[in-house]
Design a protein around this ligand. Structure first.
Ligand code: 9UX
Length: 72
């Protein structure tokens, strides 16, 4: 069973930033879907909580050089 997490992502200034965040998320084990918006600074991530946690997702975004916080 997967869950949906919404994350606020700061530091994205162009479409390539969005692509790199999406790529990082999609390569993260446990993530089954990731959509990131530049205009809203939001990332919607579908994930398997038995494989990766919300904190794990936040950490992966921050490791890529962006600021991330949990919306829900
Ligand atoms: Mo765009 Mo983002 O030139 O880290 S890729 S600013």
């Amino acid at each position: 069973k997967t869950l949906l997490g919404q994350f606020n992502i700061r530091g994205m200034t162009c479409a390539a930033c969005v692509n790199s965040v999406e790529s990082i998320l999609r390569e993260l084990p446990g993530v089954t879907r990731a959509v990131v918006s530049l205009t809203t600074s939001l990332g919607e991530v579908e994930y398997d909580p038995s494989v990766v946690s919300k904190d794990g997702i936040v950490n992966a975004i921050e490791d890529a050089g962006f600021e991330a916080s949990l919306v829900q």
